[in-house]
Design a protein around this ligand. Structure first.
Ligand SMILES: *Cc1c(COP(=O)(O)O)cnc(C)c1O
Length: 372
């Protein structure tokens, strides 16, 4: 008997998440000393010095279980956003909230989950693992959102509709007004989940922020993370702002203590360090404008982005290499960016905005690849 047939078919047929390459992997493979990683949209400034100190000071608490439900963290997030703390559910990254949503709201075999194609792969991975039908409708050729098609893909059994704004990997962003309009047109049972992992990086976040709209739109949930603008990707901390009834059910079903005691302290401290976040946003917005300009000057087609990354098509005229080849040639030069074949876009690449110096190194390496 093949033991593979004794596990759930969803598990047997599962395609693992494809992460960005790590610095250690590339250092070992190419024997390089200096590596620039611009592959996973991490914070170019690293961690806030205030959060670092809190983590050191609090390390001695690591033998304790956290308080159930992270009440201090939830209260701090709620105060930051101006929403009731009961609507906040924190998780081990917002990935955990995505997983909880698809495991708890849709009924397997009955309901479905809807998103664009391509979209952030966790929506599909988690839905499939939960045994829930996952439906997609294509983005427009310019990566903007055809909301009419999204609505046509829904039916009375649509439990969740995921929209990422700013979108990953394109950086395309819709306004809060457009999202409210979409929410009003969805079937009655569908919850619109707006993943705003990158919303802080927008030039005018207030135009895009869905949080102030939640009181008037009870069928909308918002996902946020500490992994990007707050520089805590490795700590694993994200949250959902959810309709109260759903927050209560999800809180009851969540594995206890999945937000660890240091993550909770780090999150509270991170919300208190406004200087670090403001400096992050300045570096990212400046870097984004500069990289957009310089990549365009190099003949790349660059998608307009409100996030901390840029998606681009390398110029066929400047190089024999396809996107995969450009990605590999950059690796040999110690620069890790992200190929988008796993998003179904083998001719495109994504680069995270780095520090001014990292952006320099990336641009120099890219010029070398194009001319060399
Ligand atoms: C990075 C990212 C997240 C955040 O994931 P965490 O689990 O919080 O690190 C969520 N959604 C999208 C679209 C992302 O790109």
């Amino acid at each position: 008997m093949n033991p593979l047939y004794e596990v759930r078919p969803e598990a047997r047929e599962f395609d693992a998440y494809v992460p960005g390459l790590s610095i250690d992997e590339i250092r070992q493979k190419y024997g390089l000393a200096n590596i620039v990683k611009l592959a996973s949209n991490e914070n170019p400034l690293g961690i806030s010095p205030i959060v670092e100190k809190v983590l050191r000071d609090r390390a001695t608490e690591a033998f304790r279980y956290p308080r159930w439900g992270n009440p201090e963290l939830n209260a701090r997030i709620a105060a930051h956003l101006g929403v009731p703390a009961e609507q906040i559910l924190a998780g081990n990254g917002s990935d955990e909230i995505i997983d909880l949503l698809v495991r708890i709201k849709p009924r397997p075999g009955i309901d479905n989950v809807v998103a664009f194609r391509p979209s952030f792969s966790m929506y599909e991975l988690c839905s499939r693992m939960a045994g829930v039908e996952f439906r997609q409708t294509p983005l427009r050729a310019d990566f903007s959102f055809p909301f009419d098609d999204l609505i046509d893909t829904c039916d009375q059994n649509t439990a969740l509709v995921f929209v990422t704004s700013p979108d990953n990997p394109s950086g395309f962003t819709v306004t809060a007004d457009e999202l409210c309009d979409l929410a009003e047109r969805l079937p009655e049972r569908a919850l619109l989940v707006v993943d705003q992992a990158y919303v802080d990086f927008a030039d005018e976040p207030a135009r895009h922020d869905m949080i102030p709209r939640l009181p008037l739109h009870p069928n909308v949930a918002v996902l946020r993370t500490f992994s990007k603008a707050y520089g805590l990707a490795g700590i694993r901390l994200g949250y959902g702002v959810l309709p109260l009834w759903l927050a209560e059910i999800m809180r009851a079903c969540q594995i206890p203590f999945s937000v660890n005691i240091l993550a909770a302290h780090a999150g509270i401290a991170a919300l208190g360090d406004r200087v670090f976040v403001q400096e992050t946003l300045r570096v990212v917005r400046d870097g984004r404008a500069r990289l957009t300009r310089e990549l365009t000057a190099l003949g790349c087609e660059v998608a307009p982005s409100q996030a901390n990354f840029l998606m681009f098509r390398p110029p066929a005229a400047r190089t024999e290499l396809d996107a995969r080849g450009v990605f590999e040639a950059l690796l040999e030069r110690g620069v890790i960016i992200r190929p988008l074949a796993s998003y179904g876009m083998p001719d495109l690449l994504r680069v995270s905005i780095g520090t001014h110096k990292e952006n320099d190194i990336f641009l120099r390496a890219l010029k070398d690849v194009f001319h060399g």
